[in-house]
Ligand binder design. Structure first.
Ligand code: APR
Length: 313
């Protein structure tokens, strides 16, 4: 029997997720959106069914607004919610998206209680926190996508800056999904060569700064809405590692209970993703300077989570 992928939210990111999941034959796909937007998602699903003969995939793809249709889903990828517009911070989305995440979490808890859940809705770290709180799912079953995207952006900028293949760049970005995130140049390598051996400090600083503002750079260019290709691919990579038990080590927002000295917060950390979901958080011994940056990002995430708590989450 095929696996089942439920995409909650069929907007910009949701539609790319559906296309990628189909092309990779990850399973049958259900795209769920609000009743007011159900016809467009039905149309998108049908369009993708009609792409199958040339796309060379076998999958049943449907659009719906009925949670009963996600029953038995193996993976749920959540993009339901408003994206940023130019001039907004991710935190500006909190009051709208917290209500959406509340209803989505209840729907998934009732209809797909065993699904591995990947949250993309912003402000990311706080929305994963709320999703986990409402579902009460085991912590290994819930993850926020952002670190995988932030690391992809970081790698892309290094490749662009240095003129090397992105395939050879290994590195990670810790912390919250926002301007306080913590890229780790000290541990970044290019084909096994430490980044600092190849790049100047000015180049490294420029890449770090650009990574921290990467989402905003796209929002400013788009004018309306936020990034969708790279967030979708990042979520697919995580979902694939889960479905195929690839055991990839991918950064993302996971519930820390002591790791990195963090307690009770979802924050971007390196995660081992297996058929168990977030099987393990891999810790890194940080320098004092890196630790100070981690504290700053923790404070930023805690502030947003406190707002969620004040609203009863
Ligand atoms: N249940 C299901 N879907 C919902 C709900 C809900 N309660 N509320 C809104 N949606 C749907 C919208 O109808 C829309 O189709 O979520 C979809 C969001 O799509 P877009 O507006 O195109 O936003 P997108 O660019 O996909 O980003 C989604 O991910 O990266 C984050 O900041 C981004 O929070 C945003 C989210």
């Amino acid at each position: 029997m095929r696996k089942k992928i439920a995409l909650i939210g069929g907007g910009q990111i949701g539609q790319i997720l559906a296309m990628l999941a189909a092309q990779k034959e990850m399973g049958d796909i259900v795209v769920l959106d609000i009743p007011d937007y159900v016809d467009p998602v039905k149309g998108k699903a049908l369009d993708l069914m009609e792409m199958a003969p040339h796309g060379n995939y076998d999958a049943t793809i449907i659009g719906t607004s009925d949670y009963a249709d996600i029953a038995g889903a193996d993976v749920c990828i959540i993009t339901a919610g408003k994206p940023r517009q130019a001039g907004m911070t991710r935190e500006d989305l909190l009051n709208t998206n917290i209500q959406i995440i509340d209803s989505v979490a209840k729907g998934i808890k009732e209809h797909a209680p065993n699904a591995f859940c990947i949250v993309l809705t912003n402000p990311l770290d706080a929305m994963v926190y709320c999703f986990h709180k409402v579902t009460g799912f085991p912590k290994n079953q819930v993850m926020g996508m952002a670190g995988t995207l932030d690391t992809a952006r970081y790698r892309a900028f290094i490749a662009m800056e240095l003129g090397v293949s992105v395939a050879d760049i290994a590195g990670t970005v810790l912390g919250g999904h926002g301007p306080t995130m913590v890229p780790l140049p000290r541990l970044t390598t290019i084909g096994g060569v430490p980044l600092a051996e190849i790049a100047t400090q000015e180049q490294i600083d420029a890449v770090v700064q650009r990574t921290r503002k990467a989402g905003t750079e796209i929002v400013q260019l788009f004018g309306k809405g936020s990034a969708f290709f790279s967030p979708a691919w990042s979520a697919i990579v995580i979902a694939e590692s889960y479905l195929k038990d690839k055991r990839r080590v991918l950064p993302g927002a996971a519930l820390c209970e002591g790791e990195f000295g963090v307690n009770g917060l979802f924050i971007g950390v390196p995660c081992l993703i297996s058929a168990k979901g977030v099987e393990k958080i891999l810790e890194i011994k940080l320098t004092d300077e890196e630790n100070a940056m981690l504290q700053t990002t923790l404070e930023a995430v805690q502030k947003t989570v406190d707002e969620c708590k004040a609203q009863g989450f």
